[in-house]
Design a protein around this ligand. Structure first.
Ligand code: SF4
Ligand SMILES: [Zn+2]
Ligand SMILES: [Zn+2]
Length: 383
């Protein structure tokens, strides 16, 4: 059993009590813990930070012995610390998992190329296998080309859809069914806030899940940093001198998320526990069951060109809109990827891009067709 670090040489005798670590009471406090403002020493900080992650992993049964797990590695601080801590905890507590780094190359010059160089160094430093999957190979588009074609405003919509599928395909190539990501407590609280602010009840329900398993993906995803504060991850990376890449993506993240982030930061400055409090609120929200009439139809009753031969579920929503939910195992007609619709999200976006490839559109606000329209149409589709 791993024990908190002891004080081998009692160097702290000359220190005033107020300067001592509030946990071990023997070493000098050098860190004010962002999570609870406790003044602690470096060694105790490492111990509590790592142990809290271990407790999250164990209490949520994230792994099983012999499981192959891919760390979604971007070279940024979150995924770098995740790879480092996961390797350390795997050895310390004998989880018995096999860790692989899985990186996505979106094709963003000046950002992803530099951050991938960091991942390659991490691969050597942590002695972990690395697999890189690129948008260019999968979709024949880079994010730079997509932005040139569809504008910067929708960059994260495209990138998010393509990354999800790229991670699945990368994991599949490695014969791995579990991807862990570096999403931290701040990210999660931000997502809860965003979903509350825009009344997105469907997403709100799922926004605090530590593990997500979806019918549209063969790969489960989990977030061992669900309760880890961003500031503590940065402190840990700093004191451990981890090699990470800190430049932001060239394409600004969603404006709305940026505003929610700002709001979170202001709240955190007044009350540090608000990050965990928002997550707890999200976890304990009980949403009213959806009112919906359901009827099952056989595809023989429906036009053959529209549906495949499997049984599908017709969902009539309270607002009168209708969606067809395909049972598990349906695949995109074009790329063969799991999809609840005839054509998967990525292929729908690629179709819009192909139509637009010739003309470079910079102003999406005034556009009524092409890639911008596809994004709007996509938002209306039910997946
Ligand atoms: S900020 Fe947007 S475009 Fe850049 S990597 Fe993230 S999702 Fe992709
Ligand atoms: Zn201490
Ligand atoms: Zn597809």
């Amino acid at each position: 059993m791993y024990q908190p670090p002891s004080d081998p040489v009692n160097k702290a005798k000359h220190l005033k009590t107020s300067q001592l670590c509030e946990l071990c009471h023997s070493r000098k406090a050098v860190i004010k813990r962002p999570k609870n403002l406790m003044k602690i020493c470096k060694e105790c900080f490492y111990y509590v930070f790592e142990t809290e992650i271990h407790n999250t992993i164990v209490s949520n049964n994230l792994f099983y012995k012999g499981e192959r797990v891919a760390v979604g590695a971007s070279g940024g601080k979150d995924s770098t610390v995740l790879a480092y801590v996961l390797k350390l905890l795997n050895e310390r507590h004998q989880y018995g998992i096999e860790i692989v780094l899985l990186s996505i190359d979106e094709g963003i010059v000046g950002y992803r190329d530099d951050s991938l160089a960091t991942v390659k160094r991490n691969q050597k430093q942590y002695e972990l296998p690395l697999e890189i999957v690129s948008y260019r190979d999968l979709y024949n588009w880079t994010m730079d080309e997509i932005v040139a074609c569809a504008g910067v405003r929708n960059s994260c919509t495209y990138c998010g859809v393509f990354r999800r599928q790229a991670l699945d395909r990368g994991a599949n190539k490695l014969n791995i069914a579990h991807v862990v990501t570096g999403h931290n407590a701040d990210d999660m609280a931000e997502t809860v806030l965003m979903n509350i602010l825009r009344g997105d009840v469907a997403r709100l329900e799922k926004s605090t899940a530590i593990m997500t398993i979806s019918a549209g993906s063969p790969v489960k995803r989990s977030k061992p940093f669900k309760y880890s504060y961003q500031k503590e991850i940065v402190l840990y990376a700093h004191y451990k001198k981890l090699d990470y890449f800190s430049t932001e993506c060239t394409y600004a993240p969603e404006a709305f998320r940026g505003t929610a982030r700002e709001l979170m930061k202001n709240l955190e400055a007044i009350r540090p526990s608000c990050i965990i409090d928002i997550i707890h609120s999200g976890e304990n929200l009980v949403l009213k069951p959806k009112k919906q009439k359901k009827q099952t139809v056989k595809s023989k009753n429906v036009k053959k060109t529209e549906l495949n031969t499997q049984e599908q579920e017709l969902e009539v929503r309270t607002d009168g809109t209708v969606s067809l939910n395909f049972k598990d195992g349906n695949r995109c007609e074009r790329c063969g990827y799991l999809s609840s619709n005839k054509i998967c999200k990525a292929c729908t976006l690629l179709e819009g891009l192909a139509a637009n490839r010739a003309k470079v559109q910079l102003d999406l606000d005034t556009s009524t067709d092409g890639a911008a329209k596809v994004v709007r149409d996509l938002e209306k589709l039910s997946f």
